[in-house]
Design a protein around this ligand. Structure first.
Ligand SMILES: NC(=O)c1ccc[n+]([C@@H]2O[C@H](COP(=O)([O-])OP(=O)(O)OC[C@H]3O[C@@H](n4cnc5c(N)ncnc54)[C@H](O)[C@@H]3O)[C@@H](O)[C@H]2O)c1
Ligand SMILES: N[C@H](C(=O)O)[C@H](O)COP(=O)(O)O
Length: 342
């Protein structure tokens, strides 16, 4: 970007076509003025978006564009960068046939960011199963984006999932694994590496000068002194001690059942949790409509709504765009405030 150019727009991948991604995109664009949304373009399939708009009676104009033209047409038409792969339009019925297009949208978003054509990537939800059925090797966006960053920079990436809502930020240290495998994967090294990235990104991207991190226990009552499990003594406490020695303001291990009430939340800026549900249940319970999934540890900005594909309501026109709107706003804020690392 030069001094007299508008900042690059945000790219939004359309996500799973059979889910609510297409319709929340339409609704978000319709609220572009009332919600003061920054310009964005969709990496998607115009025919599918148009057909969903017609079915749901949205009166929307579409413009097939290159990213550079998205800002100028954003006020009057929903800008769409067309994918090479076409997508089947069957709300509520996911198909592995759409996997190539779903993956292409994410890849192109990253390509546009590295080319300076997009300021950040917002991803609409994907369903993991149809992608796995088509041979996709990554648990979700988070790990796939880490891979894409790594092949572009040549640097190893440890992408970290964070759910950020108005009152709580949580990080699952292990993510899309069975509980049994999550416990196996949990290690002092993984906890320490995660804490380093969280502390660094809360400083550089979220403007928190000295982030306070709270670590959960794994077992009931954080192990009750070793009588309900040894993971706290063997893995978590050593990780907290290493983090403190590195200058991170770290507390814990805290019993996970009592660390999310309002008074407890006031004592930290982010909660590092040992497995997926420990982190995502409080985040989504407190702020399902407002929380955003942010990937830390990447050399670019990526946000996403906190919810999934919601097949049960896809195509019905009742999906709320609020979390997507929050994800768009946060991506713009982070892109504008972060120190560029590309
Ligand atoms: N970022 C992502 O890509 C992402 C995130 C979470 C889940 N998923 C995927 O989504 C699929 C479905 O997951 P799930 O059923 O556990 O969760 P979900 O978030 O899709 O749905 C849970 C419940 O919330 C409702 N809901 C979700 N979003 C809504 C919205 N915007 N407005 C109104 N109601 C909404 C749904 O109708 C459903 O009743 C899975 O395949 C999962 O892998 C993807
Ligand atoms: N576990 C996440 C959630 O429920 O919000 C999720 O599936 C998203 O994962 P990716 O952003 O890695 O696709």
């Amino acid at each position: 970007m030069t001094d007299n150019q508008a900042p690059a727009p945000l790219a939004i991948s359309m996500g799973e076509p059979a889910g609510i991604g297409p319709e929340i995109l339409l609704s978000a664009w319709e609220r572009r003025f009332s919600a003061s949304l920054p310009p964005f373009y969709v990496l998607g399939d115009v025919a599918l978006l148009r057909s969903r708009a017609n079915a749901l009676k949205h009166d929307i104009s579409f413009a097939e564009v290159e990213p550079e033209d998205a800002v100028s047409c954003f006020a009057t038409a929903l800008p769409v960068f067309p994918l090479k792969n076409t997508l089947i339009d069957q709300p509520g019925v996911p198909s592995a046939m759409n996997a190539a297009g779903v993956i292409e949208a994410i890849e192109r978003g990253v390509e546009h960011i590295f080319a300076g054509r997009a300021a950040g990537l917002v991803t609409c939800p994907i369903a993991k199963k149809p992608l796995y059925d088509a041979g996709f090797q990554y648990p979700g966006h988070t790990e796939f984006l880490g891979y894409l960053a790594q092949i572009r920079t040549g640097q190893p990436a440890l992408p970290i999932m964070m759910l950020a809502g108005p009152e709580l930020r949580t990080i699952p240290i292990t993510v899309h694994l069975s509980l049994e495998k999550a416990i196996e994967q949990l290690s002092t090294e993984l906890i320490v590496n995660t804490a380093r990235i969280v502390a660094a990104d809360l400083k550089s991207r979220f403007g928190i000068a000295n982030p306070r991190l709270a670590f959960s226990g794994l077992n009931p009552h954080a192990g009750e002194g070793g009588s309900m499990g040894l993971d706290e003594i063997e893995k978590i406490i050593p990780a907290i001690e290493i983090s403190r020695a590195e200058g991170i303001d770290a507390i814990g291990p805290l019993p996970a059942d009592t660390m999310f009430h309002a008074r407890a939340r006031a004592s930290y800026d982010a909660a590092l949790c040992m497995y997926h549900d420990q982190a995502l249940i409080p985040a989504k319970t407190l702020a399902f409509d407002d929380a955003v999934n942010v990937t830390l540890g990447l050399p670019f900005i990526r946000t996403s709504p906190d919810h999934g594909t919601a097949f049960d309501i896809a195509g019905k026109g009742i999906a709320k765009p609020d979390s997507l709107i929050a994800a768009i706003r946060l991506a713009r804020e982070l892109a504008d405030n972060s120190i560029p690392t590309l």
